[in-house]
Design a protein around this ligand. Sequence first.
Ligand code: ADP
Ligand code: MG
Length: 240
Amino acid sequence: MTQAFLSIRKLRKAFGAFTAVHDVTLDIPKGEFLTFLGPSGSGKSTTLYAIAGFQDPTSGDVLLQDKSLLSVPSHKRNIGMVFQRYTLFPHLSVAENVAFPLRVRRRPEAEVKRKVADMLSLVRLENFAERLPAALSGGQQQRVALARALAYDPPILLMDEPLSALDKKLREEIQAEIRRIHRETGVTILYVTHDQEEALHLSDRIALFRDGRIEQIGTGEDLYLRPATDFVAGFIGNSN
Ligand code: ADP
Ligand code: MG
């Protein structure tokens, strides 16, 4: 038994002779905003995909409330996901994109309507319901992706570099949006970025990845003021 909501136990992922993730162990309390930060190729996405069920780990386990997720297929894990370029269905309206995960789950029409309206208001796109994705900006499309990911109230939301295709101003705008949504919904968030400012701005805790291992985990303040290694100091930007 653990007290953790989501627990990652000695997770290892090898691609042939190359090990991308080395026995990562991590406990995430309910409602936490945890960020995987680190340079490109350090194993952040691979760890996230094992949690989502997109890729089976070579060894180790992923537990949600003490139950292993490994035998649960990806679409039954009830984990919301937003990627860097989350392809919305181009032929479906914004409202129908958000409704999609509810229709797949055969929720009654009245509930679908109510939930779509709630979600569009959560991401402040009430007036865009009938548009097609192509008629929206990149930032608005990511907010639709966020609304869709949250539509069926998943206990966990995974985001893999969701803002890296956007310009700085939009990034900051949507960061504020993501913080507000985290506050309002209490969803547990695992967020991947290579941008230390974004990590410091958003997270309750940061796990700093290096070569498939967690070099240090703690609050932004911990990593910034008390870096455990020169690598942490250099990456977080307080190397003096
Ligand atoms: P990050 O998300 O931190 O940029 P990744 O988790 O995507 O890093 O990748 C970690 C390492 O694993 C990288 O060296 C990458 O090239 C390698 N890798 C990821 N996926 C595969 C794959 N399907 N086959 C072989 N190597 C892979
Ligand atoms: Mg990645």
